[in-house]
Design a protein around this ligand. Structure first.
Ligand SMILES: Nc1ncnc2c1ncn2[C@@H]1O[C@H](COP(=O)(O)OP(=O)(O)OP(=O)(O)O)[C@@H](O)[C@H]1O
Ligand SMILES: [Mg+2]
Length: 460
């Protein structure tokens, strides 16, 4: 950080400071006046001219022609000496006098982050740009203990560490992630997450409310009371009341909007790199928000050709092209989003065991069915046919396009978002038609399984 401050300190400020450290300007002016005038006092026989005493302290001899020549020479020597001393004083003062602190650019902030300075992670990505202050609250570890009631209610466990439910003093519920250890890896992830989330706000991104850096690294998030999409789809308890198709669509539209914002709306643009159903969280209104930017990296760094750090992502969601080439583009996220769409359509996990207990990749499995022109094999049975078949086919088509190889053929996240909105419109219109036809009954869908062999239209 110090290097950043020095790099951004204007040269003019430094030179101004050097001048301020020297003696007062009037002092210098008087010294310079002395230099310019040589030794005029002695030449003019002014009363101010005090001749030097004689040897042994004897009174000075009366002035004579010879002695006046000596006085001139002596005066000149004295004058030169005084000027030399004055120059020495100026040089000494400007070099050794303690400088007043350089006034920091108010936009430059060096938060305390376990020895890691926030701006260090941006040295390459945002050159010469001062980082604004973190917008999050810093908690003490005591406050964290109080909020979680001594870590009483565990919500889940992830790679970062356990997640606890908490309540802040102002009554807000929060989810509190506590790092398992404070090793380097955790520290970097922690700093990355705090820094990114504190700057990026969107209705479809989980809000970071604060952090703690005492004893343990802790992140405080807004509480998402309906848990993760993974839990809603795959948890045995949740499966008792499966998510309706319309709700699944709404969740995917929300998520697509969040990812579109990460890719195209925010600055710096973000590639998430770990899109999966456990990172899509739901609030009490079942609105979806994206979590976990801990392993995100800013877009610019990858575009500048800087080598990617390490391969990151989760099993079953990772783009095979990215795995072999290590080339990071936003299409890596698009692939994972395609996997997520198949998960939502089928209710299967990204890697699941088939009827023969063999591990199966959801993409290969779904693609095979779709290419045969039927999707009844892959649609979640727990939906009980309550969906519009056209909307399911369209989602399957979008998913297929998202996992296409090569990645250049995949749609952009903005296109995915628009397609899903269109699908949602189709679904809602279908439900309205059904409601008119069956005014007393609930929506039954039009997914008679014999109609699922629908000729799908590619979105490309
Ligand atoms: N803001 C939140 N509100 C409510 N529950 C949350 C919140 N954040 C996380 N959780 C819960 O904690 C669980 C673990 O989350 P976490 O992000 O730590 O791990 P993960 O997403 O499962 O895996 P990974 O570490 O690979 O991201 C989630 O599945 C979810 O149930
Ligand atoms: Mg997570």
């Amino acid at each position: 950080m110090s290097s950043l401050i020095v790099a951004t300190t204007p040269k003019s400020l430094l030179s101004r400071e050097t001048l301020c450290s020297a003696p007062a300007a009037s002092d210098i002016a008087s010294l310079l006046t002395f230099e310019y005038s040589g030794n005029p006092l002695c030449e003019s026989n002014s009363a101010d001219c005090v001749p030097s005493p004689g040897p042994n302290g004897s009174p000075p001899a009366p002035p004579s022609k010879k002695s006046s020549t000596g006085a001139i020479v002596g005066g000149a020597v004295a004058g030169i000496l005084v000027v030399a001393i004055a120059i020495c004083i100026v040089v000494y003062c400007s070099c050794f006098k303690k400088k007043p602190p350089v006034q920091k650019d108010p936009k430059v902030n060096v938060p305390r982050e376990g020895g890691v300075e926030i701006n260090q992670i941006y040295e390459y990505s945002v050159p010469n740009k001062a980082m604004p202050k973190l917008a999050v609250q810093e908690f003490s570890f005591e406050e964290i203990k109080l909020a979680t009631n001594d870590f009483r209610t565990k919500l889940g466990q992830g790679g970062f560490g356990p997640v606890y439910k908490g309540c802040l003093q102002d009554g807000r519920f929060v989810a509190i992630k506590v790092a398992s250890n404070a090793a380097d890896q955790g520290t970097k992830e922690f700093v990355n997450e705090v820094d990114l989330l504190s700057r990026i706000h969107h209705k479809n991104l989980v809000g970071l409310l604060g952090f703690c850096n005492e004893q343990k690294l802790v992140l405080v998030y807004e509480f998402m009371s309906s848990g993760s999409l993974f839990d809603c789809l795959h948890d045995p308890y949740a499966m008792a009341s499966p998510l309706p198709w319309r709700t699944r669509l709404r969740i995917m539209v929300d998520a697509a909007q969040g990812f579109d914002y990460l890719h195209n709306g925010c600055n710096p643009r973000i590639i998430h790199r770990d899109i999966k159903s456990s990172n899509i969280l739901l609030n009490d209104k079942m609105e979806a928000k994206i979590s976990d930017f801990g392993i995100s990296r800013d877009y610019i760094r990858s575009e500048t050709g800087a080598p990617p750090t390490t391969l990151m992502g989760s099993m079953g969601y990772m783009d095979p092209e990215y795995m072999s080439s290590m080339k990071l583009t936003e299409k890596v996220d698009v692939y994972s989003f395609g996997v997520l769409l198949f998960e939502v359509v089928s209710g299967q996990t990204a890697i699941f065991k088939d009827n023969f207990h063999q591990p199966t990749n959801i993409v290969e499995w779904a693609r095979a069915s779709i290419n045969r022109g039927v999707i009844d094999d892959i649609v979640d049975l727990s939906l009980h046919g309550q969906f519009d078949v056209q909307s399911v086919w369209k989602v399957a088509d979008v998913a297929l396009a998202c996992v296409d190889i090569p990645s250049s053929k995949r749609p952009k996240m903005s296109e995915v978002y628009n397609e899903l909105r269109e699908v949602e419109r189709i679904e809602l219109e279908s439900e309205e038609r059904q409601a008119i036809n069956q005014p007393s009954g609930e929506f039954r869908g039009n997914s008679n399984y014999s109609t699922l062999a629908y000729t799908h239209v590619s979105i490309r």
